[in-house]
Design a protein around this ligand. Structure first.
Ligand SMILES: *Cc1c(COP(=O)(O)O)cnc(C)c1O
Length: 429
C-alpha cells in the first residue's frame, strides 16, 4: 500500500485510471468534473464549461436532465436488471415499439446490447450468419474508406485503417474499402461492387456523416443511388446511425433523408439521451426470418449480461419522449438555422477550409500549410485555447466541430461562435 495519501482528485486519478484515447505520459490536464447541468459541466474549482461536443456526442437534452433522472429513479426502485433470455419487461418492449415506429418501415425487430461497437458487432454477425444459415459463405464485407464503426475487433475491421488500428492489422478480417459516393465516382463504385457482389456479406456505412474521420459529409442522393445498386446486387446493408441518430442531422435519423431502406440499423450514443450506455441493432423481417428455424444451429448465439437493461431502456424511453416534444424539435431546427448562417461567416475566414454543416453538426478544417504531425499539435493548441475560454471542443486532428446538446440557447451558441472567431484570429498570419 502507498503510504502517501494522494491529495487532489487529479492525483488520485493519475494513480489508478487509464483514460480512453489518451497518451497517459503526456496527459497533463485531466480535469476533475463534479457535476453537470444542462449545457454545463462544473469542475472541482467551480469553473463551468460549455459542453458543445455533448460529451463525445452522446448528450441530447443536457446533463443531469431532471425528467430522465426522475424516470430512472422510479425504475431503479422497481426493477434494475433481469436476464433477457427467457424473460422480458415493459421498458424494453415499450422502447422497441416506440423506436420501430420512427424507423424505415422495413425495420421490424430490435436486438439490445451495450454500446455502439457491440451494436455493430451484432449487425455484422447477423449478416454473416444470414448467408451461413442459407448454406452460403460470404467472405467479403464492404465499407467506406475513413469509416469509423467502433473499437472492438469486428468494428475495427470495418473501420478505415489508421494508426488506431495499426497494431491489430494482421488480426482484422477481410474488408473491401470504397470511396464515399460522388456524382463523378458512382459509375466506378458500381463496377467495383459488381466485380465482387457474389462474395459480399454486407455493406456497412455511416449515413451522410463520417463522424470520427473528421465530420466528413456526403450527399443523400448519391448514397441513395449506391443503396439502390446494393439492393439490386442483393448485398445486405447496415446503416450505422450510432452518431447520426436522434436528431443530430436535423432529422430524427439520417434515414429520413433517404428513400432507400437498409436491412439493418445500429444505434447508441444519443439513444438514452447520453445518460446510460446502450446499443441497439434493428433488423428487417427477412434477416430475422433467416434465423427462425427448428434447426437450433440457426440461432443467433449472441448476448451480453446486461442485454436490454431496464434502467438503460427507461433512460431511452424518457429521452425519446423529450426528443419528440415540439419544443425540442424546434430547438433542433433553430440550432440548424443558426449553424447554417455561421457556416457562411466561417467560409470567409482565411484560416478556415471546408466549412460544412448538416443539422446540428457543424465542422470546418483549420487551415495549416503543414503536414499531418503538425495537425496533432495544432489540435492540442486549439483544444487548450477553447478550454481556457471554458468551452469544451475536442478537435479531430485539424478539424473543429460543434455537436451541441439541443438545450443550448441562441445566446450560448452565439458566444461559442464568437469565441471560435477570436481563437481563429489568434492564428491569422
Ligand atoms: C462512436 C461510434 C461507434 C462506436 O460506439 P461506442 O459506443 O463508442 O462503442 C460506432 N459507430 C459510429 C458511427 C460511431 O460514431
Amino acid at each position: 500500500m502507498d503510504t502517501i495519501t494522494p491529495t487532489s482528485l487529479q492525483q488520485r486519478d493519475k494513480a489508478v485510471n487509464w483514460h480512453p484515447y489518451t497518451q497517459m505520459k503526456s496527459a497533463d490536464n485531466i480535469i476533475p468534473i463534479v457535476s453537470g447541468k444542462g449545457l454545463y459541466l462544473y469542475d472541482n474549482e467551480g469553473k463551468k464549461y460549455m459542453d458543445v461536443v455533448s460529451s463525445w456526442w452522446v448528450t441530447l437534452h443536457g446533463h443531469s436532465h431532471p425528467y430522465i433522472a426522475q424516470r430512472l429513479f422510479e425504475q431503479l426502485n422497481t426493477l434494475e436488471q433481469v436476464i433477457f433470455a427467457g424473460f422480458t419487461h415493459e421498458p424494453a418492449t415499450q422502447l422497441s415499439e416506440n423506436l420501430l415506429k420512427l424507423l424505415p418501415d422495413n425495420q421490424k425487430k430490435v436486438f439490445y446490447s451495450d454500446n455502439g461497437s457491440t451494436a455493430v458487432e451484432v449487425a455484422l454477425k447477423m449478416c454473416i450468419q444470414y448467408a451461413h444459415n442459407q448454406g452460403k459463405e460470404k467472405t467479403k464485407i464492404l465499407a467506406f474508406k475513413n469509416a469509423y464503426h467502433g473499437d472492438t475487433f469486428g468494428a475495427m475491421s470495418v473501420s478505415g485503417k489508421s494508426y488506431w488500428t495499426k497494431p491489430f492489422e494482421s488480426r482484422l478480417f477481410e474488408v473491401v474499402f470504397i470511396d464515399t459516393p460522388t456524382p463523378e465516382n458512382l459509375q466506378n463504385l458500381q463496377s467495383q461492387i459488381e466485380a465482387i457482389a457474389d462474395e459480399v456479406a454486407c455493406f456497412i456505412y455511416e449515413p451522410l456523416v463520417q463522424g470520427a474521420a473528421g465530420m466528413l459529409m456526403y450527399n443523400a442522393e448519391d448514397l441513395n443511388t449506391l443503396m439502390k445498386y446494393c439492393r439490386k446486387q442483393k448485398i445486405l446493408m447496415i446503416q450505422d446511425e450510432v452518431f447520426t441518430g436522434f436528431g443530430r442531422t436535423g432529422e430524427l435519423f439520417a434515414a429520413n433523408y433517404l428513400t432507400e431502406q437498409p436491412d439493418i440499423m445500429c444505434f447508441s450514443k444519443g439513444l438514452t439521451g447520453g445518460t446510460m450506455p446502450m446499443g441497439i441493432t434493428t433488423s428487417s423481417k427477412a434477416i430475422y426470418d433467416a434465423f427462425w428455424s427448428d434447426d437450433k444451429h440457426k440461432t443467433l448465439f449472441h448476448g451480453h449480461s446486461f442485454t436490454a437493461n431496464p434502467l438503460a431502456c427507461t433512460g431511452a424511453l424518457a429521452s425519446m419522449e423529450l426528443l419528440l416534444k415540439k419544443e425540442t424539435l424546434m430547438n433542433i431546427k433553430r440550432i440548424s438555422q443558426q449553424h447554417s448562417a455561421f457556416v457562411k461567416v466561417l467560409t470567409e475566414h482565411p484560416k478556415v477550409e471546408n466549412a460544412r454543416q448538416i443539422g446540428t453538426i457543424l465542422a470546418f478544417d483549420f487551415k495549416t500549410g503543414q503536414g499531418t504531425s503538425y495537425f496533432n499539435e495544432i489540435g492540442k493548441k486549439l483544444y487548450n485555447e477553447f478550454l481556457q475560454r471554458e468551452i469544451i471542443m475536442r478537435p479531430l486532428g485539424n478539424v473543429l466541430y460543434l455537436v451541441p446538446p439541443y438545450c443550448i440557447s441562441t445566446e450560448e451558441l452565439d458566444t461559442v461562435y464568437h469565441n471560435i472567431l477570436e481563437v481563429l484570429d489568434l492564428f491569422k498570419d
